[in-house]
Design a protein around this ligand. Sequence first.
Ligand SMILES: Nc1ncnc2c1ncn2[C@@H]1O[C@H](COP(=O)(O)OP(=O)(O)OP(=O)(O)O)[C@@H](O)[C@H]1O
Length: 285
Amino acid sequence: MGVQQRPLAGTWPLGAQATGAGLQLEIAGLTLGYGRRTILREVSLAPLAGGHITALLGPNGAGKSTLLRGLAGLLPARGSVKLNGQEMIGRSLEARARHITYMPQSLPQGVALTVMEALVGALKASPPGAGGMAVSGRQAAEQALALLEQLGIAHLALVGLDRLSGGQRQMAGLAQALVRKPEVLLLDEPTSALDLRYQLQVMRLVQQLTREKGLVTVVVLHDLGLAARFADHIVVLGEGTLRAEGEPERTLTPGLLAEVYGVSGRVERCSLGHLQVMADAPLAG
Ligand SMILES: Nc1ncnc2c1ncn2[C@@H]1O[C@H](COP(=O)(O)OP(=O)(O)OP(=O)(O)O)[C@@H](O)[C@H]1O
């Protein structure tokens, strides 16, 4: 893919101070769907704390993306989503975007912009209070370039979005999410197109930013090994409801693999002490 990541400097790419210290996102009785079809019903989670990564897991169609879209304000919702005690449901998209950024599974196709143009656009479109407040075009370009350098993809700045590989597109999508300097970072399968090296690099970067800036980070993952390794908290969805949540070691069990994913499997520590999740066989029926 040609991506090289440099160590992050101690400062947020946009030069601002950390904003997320002490943040808390509370989700209670959240019901989400499309039109008349309810997908998630009455989902309540333990409070999600700033500085922690929550991995959102579950089989295909479980409602993981739907939950992220709901948190981002892209779907009508019932229930409560409070950020530091302030209700988000019912607030405008613009008001939510001051606090929350959402990286979808894939960037839209057919956008005739370079990586840099897309980032500058995202930054300038950020509402007051978010990362891009009242920046000049030049400042926006400088901030966007600084972020690309931190991500190790500055060499892609002038490349058209439609000319990027799948993995490069994911990195560009991550940059678009980060440039807004979020307090709540929602990432939908940010590593699905990345090779092994970049999977680790992206997750390490997300972990580092989450810790340094005190972000509330929620990441949809299908790779349970990555979830076990990088998440502080696991949330498992299935059949429209919350099936389990808690610390990785307590939550990712052979029983959960059987009940939620329909496979027999093992959860073991490797010689380096990392939790490994191995699916052995699909269960009958
Ligand atoms: N735009 C939409 N309109 C109507 N139904 C939708 C829409 N998007 C998703 N759904 C339905 O909502 C349910 C949950 O989908 P969702 O994408 O949230 O699942 P997921 O857990 O993210 O799945 P995957 O792991 O396959 O990405 C599915 O039954 C899907 O068909």
